[in-house]
Design a protein around this ligand. Structure first.
Ligand SMILES: C[S@@+](CC[C@H](N)C(=O)[O-])C[C@H]1O[C@@H](n2cnc3c(N)ncnc32)[C@H](O)[C@@H]1O
Length: 393
């Protein structure tokens, strides 16, 4: 097949993509606000990339899906989405955001909210809840502004066990996860009990409405999803791509960034103390340091490990893509002057060539409200992101 047969980019693809990439409206719509995943990209950008470079029913891959922005948008647009991430929390969140609930399950969650939320309080001895508290995954939740919330979350997790099905329990865990993130992560003041309960009620309503709307729309458009929790360099081994039976017509993604350390796996409580609490609430495995999720250690100034890992995964991604298909990426650099050419060199070595129009007019955008840490002192460029569009050769 030639590239033109697979998917001709729309003639105005570049301007559509630029307009979407530069859009500064806050993230919202569908199930996007189920969790504030760090360094998530804008749904509008993901939707534009999918619209411009693929067709309905195509298999579209995001090998670093994070909170699943592209997966949600692709399903809405009737694509079969494959989402992968090595972070088990990302897999949990994306699964909840893309799993429609049955009527009975929606009713059960409503009933849970109506009956249980008012019973969560600070008075219950934490010993009664010890079965629901993982001492390692609640590190630093003993600190003064966090320990009351820890008790409320433990009570919520205990009540969730009574819900009838796994999708129902996971959905409700995600409500608690979202509210606990709001109450703990980067919070300077203590969250009062009444506010915590009120936020739980509001989020339950909002998230139930969103999942209903999403489920109906994805069903109408025929969108589907496969979620993989693996290192992107092993994509070939996953059942969807095994033996080369299927290949992706498009990749839309945002990989880890060179020289930019993002806290994908921790919240910060009481100042900047890190906690793995999101894994406790979601019931996921953790146990990895920041370098695991960022392609290397932030203290490695030359970022050689980053570029080695990036090349390996780019080659693996190329192997599961059709010849002549596109890969659209959004990424940031700590030192764009030397890291961008190195990244482009990796792309070439992995079997991609940059679309000429995009190479000549790369789209750069300022990043609003991002929470990440550049590894090197001094002036950093990591608050700007660039869009790269390549084709497989
Ligand atoms: C910039 S984030 C993606 C955010 C996503 N676009 C969103 O909208 O939420 C990059 C993701 O890459 C994942 N990641 C890092 N190394 C990986 C690897 N080797 N294989 C798969 N995923 C990896 C991280 O866990 C993180 O979720």
């Amino acid at each position: 097949m030639t590239s033109v047969e697979i998917c001709p980019a729309q003639p105005n693809a570049f301007s559509l993509l630029a307009e979407a990439a530069l859009d500064r409206s806050p993230v919202g719509g569908w199930t996007h606000n189920f969790y504030r995943y760090p360094a998530r990209f804008s749904p509008r950008f993901a939707a534009a990339a999918i619209e411009c470079f693929s067709r309905p029913s195509d298999l579209v891959l995001d090998p670093y899906m994070g909170g699943g922005t592209a997966i949600v948008e692709g399903m809405i647009a009737g694509r079969h989405m494959v989402g992968n991430d090595l972070n088990s929390l990302a897999a949990f969140i994306t699964r909840v955001k893309t799993t429609a609930l049955m009527k009975g399950e929606i009713a059960a969650v409503r009933q849970w909210a109506a009956k249980k939320i008012r019973t969560f309080n600070y008075l219950q001895p934490i010993d009664d809840l010890r079965f629901f508290v993982d001492p390692i995954k609640t590190t630093n939740l003993t600190l003064v502004r966090a320990r009351f919330i820890k008790k409320l979350v433990a009570a919520a997790l205990a009540s969730i066990t009574e819900l009838p099905t796994q999708p129902c329990r996971d959905f409700t865990k995600c409500i608690v996860l979202r509210v606990a993130q709001w109450a703990l992560d980067g919070r300077i003041r203590h969250t009062p009990l009444a506010d915590f309960r009120e936020k739980l009620r509001l989020m339950t309503d909002e998230m139930l409405r969103s999942i209903q709307g999403f489920g109906e729309r994805a069903l109408r458009s025929g969108g589907g999803v496969t979620i993989i929790n693996s290192d992107a360099s092993r994509l070939c081994e996953s059942a969807v791509f095994q033996n080369g039976s299927q290949k992706a017509s498009l990749v839309v993604t945002s990989p880890p960034y060179p020289g930019v350390h993002v806290l994908y796996h921790r919240w910060q409580v009481d100042g900047r103390r890190e906690t793995p609490a999101p894994y406790w609430i979601a019931g996921c495995n953790d146990g990895q340091g920041g370098a695991f999720y960022n392609f290397g250690d932030r203290r490695e100034a030359a970022a050689d490990t980053y570029f080695r890992n990036s090349l390996n995964t780019l080659k693996a991604i190329r192997r599961v893509m059709k010849t002549g298909s596109h890969i659209v990426q959004m990424l940031a650099f700590n030192r764009p002057e030397d890291q961008l050419p190195r990244y482009l060199h990796n792309m070439q070595e992995a079997g991609f060539s940059e679309l000429p129009i995009c190479g000549r007019h790369r789209i750069w955008r300022e990043v609003p409200n991002r929470k990440w840490h550049a590894s090197l002192g001094g002036k950093t460029h990591s608050s700007r992101e660039v869009v790269l569009v390549h084709r497989t050769i």
